[in-house]
Design a protein around this ligand. Structure first.
Ligand code: GSH
Length: 232
């Protein structure tokens, strides 16, 4: 299977980390987000975004759907064969895309890291304040949840953990206010220590020249589209 993606972005990262965890080989096809997508790429993903999985004649976009598809390839505890567990995992993945990523983590990373890297001027303080409020609201909920159980769904690591943790990849650079949330910090520490997570980090360093500045793209002309980070 091939994965078309941009290695430092959380959406490509979480897919690769899951594949690594499950021992599913994925051939990475680097998509340069600083350039217009090719006609061939738009055939497999008309949204023009990344990542996209290609398995024979089947092309699939949307990172969380890709993770579910990969994890359906063989029995495993990341995606247990149980309707309620799968619905629960999907619930967290929907929450991650709609709220945690889009409204809390990504605006902080965009304003405090991406803007700096791309010389886009100072952070938009109103956007930062708004995202910080949302971050605290959602992190409080996550922290309370993780005070009761070790992982997001049940007692074992699942796809939900990979999805939600990916948005914390640049927590330091985005100055995400994690300090009050000890359970969340511990949980993220555990996910980050997974061999598959480390392997993904190493692989990202070797693809796309992202060693020291993981979000630093070589070409600053499409900043607003990079990582689909919203400025406000
Ligand atoms: N909901 C999508 C989001 C995909 C997305 O926004 N990808 C970004 C990189 S992280 C992208 O390709 N941005 C370039 C663009 O929007 O053209 C997913 O989870 O796959």
């Amino acid at each position: 299977m091939k994965l078309y993606g941009f290695p430092p972005s959380p959406n490509t990262w979480k897919v690769r980390a899951v594949a690594a965890h499950l021992g599913i080989p994925l051939q990475l096809e680097f998509v340069d987000l600083t350039k217009p997508r090719t006609a061939d790429y738009l055939k497999i993903n008309p949204t023009g975004r990344t990542p996209t999985l290609v398995d024979g004649d089947f092309a699939l976009w949307e990172s969380n759907a890709i993770m579910q598809y990969l994890a359906s390839q063989k029995p495993n505890s990341l995606w247990p064969n149980d309707a309620r567990a799968r619905a629960d995992i999907t619930r967290w993945q929907c929450w991650q895309l709609a709220h945690w990523g889009a409204d809390a983590c990504m605006p902080l990373v965009f304003n405090r890291l991406v803007k700096k890297l791309l010389n886009l001027g100072p952070p938009d303080q109103a956007a930062v304040a708004k995202a910080t409020d949302v971050f605290n609201k959602e992190a409080k909920l996550l922290d309370a949840h993780l005070a009761r159980q070790p992982y997001l769904v049940g007692r074992e690591l699942t796809l939900a953990d990979f999805s939600v943790a990916a948005n914390l990849l640049y927590a330091k650079e985005g100055e995400m206010p994690l300090e009050p949330y000890a359970h969340l910090r511990d949980w993220f520490g555990g996910v980050s220590a997974l061999p598959a997570w480390k392997e993904t980090a190493a692989a990202a360093r070797h693809s796309g020249g992202v060693a020291e500045h993981p979000l630093s793209p070589p070409h600053p002309e499409e900043p607003a589209r990079l990582l689909s980070m919203r400025s406000g």
